[in-house]
Design a protein around this ligand. Structure first.
Ligand SMILES: Cc1cc2nc3c(=O)[nH]c(=O)nc-3n(C[C@H](O)[C@H](O)[C@H](O)COP(=O)(O)OP(=O)(O)OC[C@H]3O[C@@H](n4cnc5c(N)ncnc54)[C@H](O)[C@@H]3O)c2cc1C
Length: 649
C-alpha cells in the first residue's frame, strides 16, 4: 500500500466518494429507500449492478397487493394480514406482515402522486385483480407490466428530486446520484459499524470506494444458483452474502419459492415466468388427460376456502361472494407441488410440464388486452398463440423468502453490525415460508421507505463518522483481483453449472435427508474449487471475471439454504421434505438463523416472535388449531376467555 488516497498500490487506482447513505440496488426497494433518504436531507448514492431501470422489479407482471378495497369493499388490512400469514404458513414475522398490510395502500396512492398510471375500474378507481391466496381482488396493476410502471415512476421521482437539487445546489448530482453497472463486492467496517462499500465499474473494471456510515441493501434474490429460474443474471445473492460477511444474520433461507408456471420449452427459455395473472383472469391447469387436476390437491388447511367442483370454481369469477375460489388459485407452493406430482406420475406434457389454458376461457381480444406481455412472450419465444392454444408450464425457481434478519420497523440488520439496513427481496421474515403473489411489489415500497428513512435517522444520531481502514480496502482489492491473477484454476462458468446442478438436483422443490447431506459435501468441494477460480483476460468488461466474483456469494448463500433445509424436519411453504411430509406445529415456533464464523456457515434455532393478542384474535380458533401447538392454543383459549369475561362484566 503506497497511497491511502488511491489504494493499495500506485497501479491500482480507486475512485473515492463520500455519501451519507449508500443504497445497493436500484429495484423497487432500493429506489424507494433512496428517495426517502434523500427526502430526509441525506446525500445518497444508488448503486446498481445492472443498467439503471433494468432491475428485477421491472419484470414484475401481475401487480402490487394492497387492501384498497376498490373492487371489493370488504377488503381491509386485517384480511390482507390474514391472507399473508396463511400464505406464509404462520412463520412470517407478524409485525412485518402487519406493517405491510396497513401501509401498502398508502404506498400505492403515493406512487400515483409520483405519476404512476394504474389500470382503472369503471368508476375510475385503481383497478385490482385476483391472485393466488388473496381473498379479494387486491393487486393494483398496469396490464401485465406493473413492475415497469413502478420502476418508471420511482425513476421519474428521482429525476424530479435531481432537478430540485440543480435549482438549489447547482448540480443534479448534489444530493442523489446513480452509479449504474457498478458491482459492490465488499462492505467495509469500522469495528462493528459500517464505514463504506467497495466495488468495481463493470465496463472499465476500475475500482470504486464509497465512504458512508449507512448502507441499505436492496440487492434482490438468489435464483441464479438454480438452472431453471425466472430470475435474471444479477440474482446471485450478493446482498445476502455481503450481509453475512459484515456480521449480519440471515433467516428462513430454507424457503425458496418455486413458481408453478414457468415456460418449459424451448429449452433456451426454460424457466421464464408465466404470470399468475393468467390463472387470476380465468386460466386453468390441465394434465395430459385433459383433467383439471388441482381439485385433487386442496390441502386440509385450505379446504373451506376452495371450490370442490369445476362449476363452482367457474362461478366464482363472476360471483365471488357466493362461491369458493378455484383451486388453481391456491398459494404457489401448493400448485407447484401438484404440477410436480402430475408430471412425476406420467400425466405431464411432452416437454415435461402441464397445460395452462386461457384460450378456451376468454375471447381472444380480451386475452390480448389483459395479458399483452404473455401473448407477446409465447408468440415470440415458442411460436404459440395463447389465444388459440394452451401453454406448457412447469415450476421454476422464482423468489427467496429467506434473507437478512431485520428489525421489522426500521429494516436495521440484526447481528453484530450497525449502520446496515435491508429491504425488499434481500430481507427475510415478511413472507414466512411462502410469499403470496403481489406481496413483493408492495413489500418493496413499504419497507424500502422504512429502511431509507431509518438509515437517515441512524446517520443523524451518529457521534462521529466511521473511518475506512486502509487494510480493509487492500484486502478487498486483493480478493477482487485474485481470479485474474491465477494461471491455473477452473473456469467460472463450469463452476456455476456444477453449483446449479447441486442445488437443482439435491436442494430443489422436493428434498430428502440423504440428498441434502450429499449437497453439503458437494458444496464443500465446490468451495475449494471456487477458492481457486480463474478468469482469463483483463479488467475491462469481463463477464467471466464478474461471475468468478459472484460465485463466492452464490456458494455461501447456497450453503445456508442446504444447511437450513437439512435441519428443518417438516414440510412448510417453500420447503418440502419427502421424508417429513407434514407441517409440524413445533417447527412453526422456530426460525433458523445463519451467520458466518470465519468461512463457516453457522446455523442456530431462534424462537419466532410471539404474535400480539389482537392480531392472533383475527383468526378463527379452528384455523389456528392447524398451525399452533397445543400449548399455544391453550394460551390463546385463556386470553380469549379472559377477554370474553371482561366484555361480559
Ligand atoms: C418475472 C417476474 C415477475 C414477477 N412478478 C411479480 C408481481 O407481479 N408482483 C410481485 O409482487 N412480485 C413479482 N415478482 C417478484 C418481484 O419482482 C421481486 O421480488 C422484486 O422486484 C425484487 O425487488 P428488489 O427491489 O428487492 O430487487 P431488484 O428489483 O431485483 O433489484 C435488485 C437490484 O440490486 C442490484 N444488485 C444486485 N447485486 C448487486 C451488487 N453486488 N452491487 C450492486 N448492485 C447490485 C441489481 O442490479 C438491481 O438493481 C416477479 C419476479 C419475476 C422474476
Amino acid at each position: 500500500m503506497t497511497n491511502p488516497q488511491h489504494g493499495p498500490s500506485t497501479t491500482t487506482r480507486i475512485e473515492r466518494h463520500h455519501y451519507d447513505v449508500v443504497v445497493i440496488g436500484a429495484g423497487g426497494a432500493g429506489l424507494r429507500a433512496a428517495i426517502e433518504a434523500r427526502l430526509a436531507g441525506k446525500k445518497t448514492a444508488i448503486i446498481s449492478k445492472s443498467l439503471f431501470g433494468k432491475a428485477h422489479t421491472v419484470m414484475a407482471e401481475g401487480g402490487a397487493a394492497a387492501a384498497m378495497g376498490n373492487v371489493n369493499s370488504r377488503d381491509s388490512w386485517q384480511v390482507h394480514f390474514r391472507d399473508t400469514m396463511r400464505g406464509g404458513k404462520f412463520l412470517n414475522n407478524f409485525r412485518m406482515a402487519e406493517l405491510h398490510a396497513k401501509e401498502s395502500p398508502q404506498r400505492i396512492w403515493e406512487l400515483e402522486t409520483y405519476g404512476a398510471l394504474f389500470d382503472r375500474t369503471k368508476d375510475g378507481k385503481i383497478s385490482q385483480r385476483n391472485f393466488g391466496g388473496h381473498e379479494y381482488p387486491r393487486l393494483a396493476h398496469v396490464g401485465d407490466r406493473t413492475g415497469l410502471e413502478l420502476i418508471r415512476t420511482l425513476q421519474q421521482k428521482i429525476v424530479s428530486l435531481q432537478q430540485e437539487d440543480k435549482r438549489d445546489h447547482g448540480s443534479y448530482d448534489a444530493r442523489i446520484k446513480v452509479f449504474a453497472e457498478t458491482t459492490i463486492t465488499e462492505l467495509l467496517l469500522d469495528g462493528d459499524r459500517i464505514s463504506g462499500a467497495f466495488g468495481y465499474y463493470r465496463e472499465s473494471g476500475e475500482f470504486v470506494l464509497f465512504e458512508a456510515p449507512a448502507v441499505v441493501l436492496a440487492t434482490g434474490g438468489v435464483g441464479r444458483s438454480y438452472k431453471v429460474t425466472s430470475n435474471s443474471w444479477e440474482y446471485t445473492g450478493d446482498g445476502h452474502a455481503l450481509a453475512l460477511r459484515a456480521g449480519a444474520t440471515l433467516i428462513n433461507m430454507e424457503f425458496l419459492q418455486f413458481h408453478p408456471t414457468g415456460m418449459v420449452w424451448p429449452v433456451s427459455v426454460k424457466g421464464i415466468l408465466v404470470t399468475e395473472s393468467v390463472r387470476g383472469d380465468g386460466g386453468v391447469l390441465k394434465n395430459s388427460e385433459g383433467k383439471r387436476f388441482m381439485f385433487n390437491y386442496v390441502p386440509d388447511v385450505f379446504r373451506k376456502q376452495y371450490a370442490e367442483t369445476e362449476e363452482e370454481a367457474d362461478r366464482w369469477y363472476t360471483d365471488p361472494d357466493n362461491n369458493r375460489r378455484p383451486p388453481e388459485l391456491l398459494p404457489r407452493d401448493e400448485v407447484a407441488r401438484a404440477i410436480n406430482t402430475e408430471v412425476k406420475e406420467g400425466r405431464g406434457t411432452p416437454a415435461g410440464g402441464v397445460y395452462l389454458d386461457i384460450a378456451s376461457r376468454l375471447p381472444a381480444e380480451e386475452i390480448r388486452r389483459r395479458l399483452p406481455s404473455m401473448h407477446h412472450q409465447f408468440k415470440g419465444l415458442a411460436d404459440v398463440d395463447i389465444t388459440k392454444e394452451p401453454m406448457e408450464v412447469g415450476p421454476t425457481c422464482h423468489y427467496v423468502m429467506g434473507g437478512v434478519e431485520v428489525d421489522p420497523d426500521s429494516g436495521a440488520a440484526y447481528g453484530s453490525v450497525r449502520g446496515l439496513f435491508a429491504a425488499g427481496e434481500v430481507s427475510g421474515g415478511m413472507h414466512g415460508s411462502n410469499r403470496l403473489g403481489g406481496n413483493s411489489l408492495s413489500d418493496l415500497l413499504v419497507f424500502g421507505k422504512r429502511a431509507g428513512g431509518h438509515a437517515a435517522t441512524y446517520v443523524d444520531q451518529l457521534g462521529g463518522r466511521p473511518r475506512v481502514a486502509v487494510e480493509a480496502v487492500e484486502t478487498a482489492v486483493e480478493t477482487a483481483l485474485a481470479p485474474l491473477q491465477r494461471d491455473t484454476g477452473e473456469n467460472p462458468y463450469t463452476l456455476q453449472q456444477d453449483l446449479q446442478a447441486v442445488m437443482g438436483d439435491l436442494v430443489g422443490i422436493i428434498r430428502r435427508e440423504a440428498e441434502l447431506e450429499d449437497a453439503l459435501v458437494r458444496l464443500a468441494e465446490l468451495r475449494e474449487r471456487v477458492a481457486k477460480v480463474s478468469a482469463v483476460g483483463g479488467r475491462r468488461y469481463n463477464p467471466g471475471w464478474h461471475l468468478a466474483l459472484d460465485l463466492r456469494n452464490m456458494l455461501v448463500v447456497s450453503e445456508c439454504t442446504a444447511k437450513a433445509a437439512l435441519e428443518r424436519r417438516e414440510s412448510r411453504g417453500g420447503h418440502t421434505r419427502e421424508d417429513h411430509p407434514t407441517m409440524d406445529p413445533q417447527w412453526r415456533r422456530v426460525n433458523l438463523v445463519c451467520s458466518l464464523e470465519g468461512d463457516t456457515v453457522r446455523l442456530e434455532r431462534k424462537p419466532l416472535p410471539k404474535m400480539r393478542t389482537e392480531l392472533i384474535g383475527l383468526f378463527d380458533r379452528n384455523e389456528l388449531a392447524k398451525y399452533l401447538t397445543d400449548e399455544e392454543l391453550a394460551e390463546f383459549d385463556t386470553v380469549a376467555a379472559a377477554d370474553a369475561a371482561g366484555k361480559g362484566s
